[in-house]
Design a protein around this ligand. Sequence first.
Ligand code: ISL
Ligand code: CA
Length: 508
Amino acid sequence: MIKSHRHQVVYHLYPKSFQDTNGDGVGDLNGIRKRLGYLQRLGVDMIWLCPVYTSPGYDHGYDVADYTSIDPLYGSMDEMEALIDEASQHDITIMMDIVANHTSYCHEWFIASEHDPDGPYGDTYIWRDEPTEVESFFGGSAWTYSSIRQQYYFHSFAKEQPDLNWKQSIVAKEFAHILSFWIEKGVRGFRFDVIDLIGKQFHPHRWLDFERVQEGLREMMASVDRSNLLLVGEAGGLSPSEIRQLQEEGLLDVVFNFETCALDEVAGKNKWHLQSFDPAELKKTIKKWQDEMEEDGWNSLFWNNHDQPRVLSRWYDDDIRAAKMLVLLQLTLRGTPFIYQGDEIGMTNGNIQQSDYQDIETLRYLQQGGAIQSVQLKGRDHARLPMMWTKEGGFSTGTAWLRGMTHVDRNVHDQQLDDDSLLQVYRRLLSIRKAEPALLDGEMKWHETPSTMIAFDRIHGEQSLRILVNLSNHSIQHRIKMGKTLIGVGDYCEEELGPYAAVLCYTF
Ligand code: ISL
Ligand code: CA
């Protein structure tokens, strides 16, 4: 059974870069409150907030020191409550980011574990007398020695982010409390950070233990009423059938995998080894996941996130026509769409000076002699540049925490005044999507097309919609009949789609 709240459209918001209100150069909760009208007019249903909890900030909040408090950098708990309340007055709900695989090294559980091995939190992290050879995702050994406990602890990411030991049921119980805390505050969704990593084995390397992931989710959610929640898992390591199992059991509704994001990476190498993007491969990947999830599964639909710099720059040379094509495709495929802040105005990677990079992963890579060309395309800071509200920026009256220029004409103010802008295409598509059950629940029927063109019907009872998309910058001839057009972008006519053209029409 597909829960209807999977039909919601989620706006993925990076608070640090959305809107600053006190001039310290860092976005804040009051900034989000100020922009709720904008988000409502855009037509989104839910906001996924990247972490705003108390944190020393080594990984911009993905190193949480207290899951039930707000970092003063972003505001206060009163402001958080006001945000939840005011959002609901705008028909928008809030999704919190739950980082369950690891905490900050400043979290009280870690301090207890380090100082009191025999106490109740002694085994809540992963301790060994000898490290194994495994590397952390941010480079270097995944084990760090604690001179206090005189043992090594394991960290999938930075040494400031020790991994929790999900074999100890106290961990799941703690997270159950955290979920209840936020549900009581009115939160209606959770996005679980790297949730596939909570199940792991170590002999001699790390590998994924799916049963443990499943068990961990079950334990954490045993006492939680899930019927009104949208549950999203970031889980790049799970297979389609594992994802379907979790969905079937209602443990997760939507799962992120990163196959499309990795299309410009050399297979088997790390993310910095780049290859040129081939739109024909994009088509294959989209079709593969739509087919895999066809029967009893459900997809996540996204192009960018706070870790994935803009595909518009990586794949499409910043071409705004491609941005219009991409959103038409995203909002007509089967699944839950996630719009990452700035997508709707065509924000691109920026021009960031080498000395201005801030992200821990990028800084490590550069220290180890990494290639600046790779960083310009794949460095995570590019996805985190401040939102462009006006030509001048409009993000902060002070100096933004992260500096880097993006296209000045890609801003909310100008696009609100221009009927042909990308922002207006987003608004129109979002309102069409709400009104057309075929786009939400319809089955997929694919048409045979040239390698860089996608065409499919969405069929729901008597109703049927047709979508034609040119993923390339070459014109494509085709023979698929078009009905009355609901919305189209780029140049197209009956038998031809111009560069990056895309059409949504009725079928007859
Ligand atoms: O960022 C990546 C590549 O540059 C991803 O591999 C990323 O590490 C992975 O998707 C996990 O991301 C999540 O957990 C990380 C955090 O740094 C990311 O911001 C978060 O989205 C550790 O909490
Ligand atoms: Ca601020």
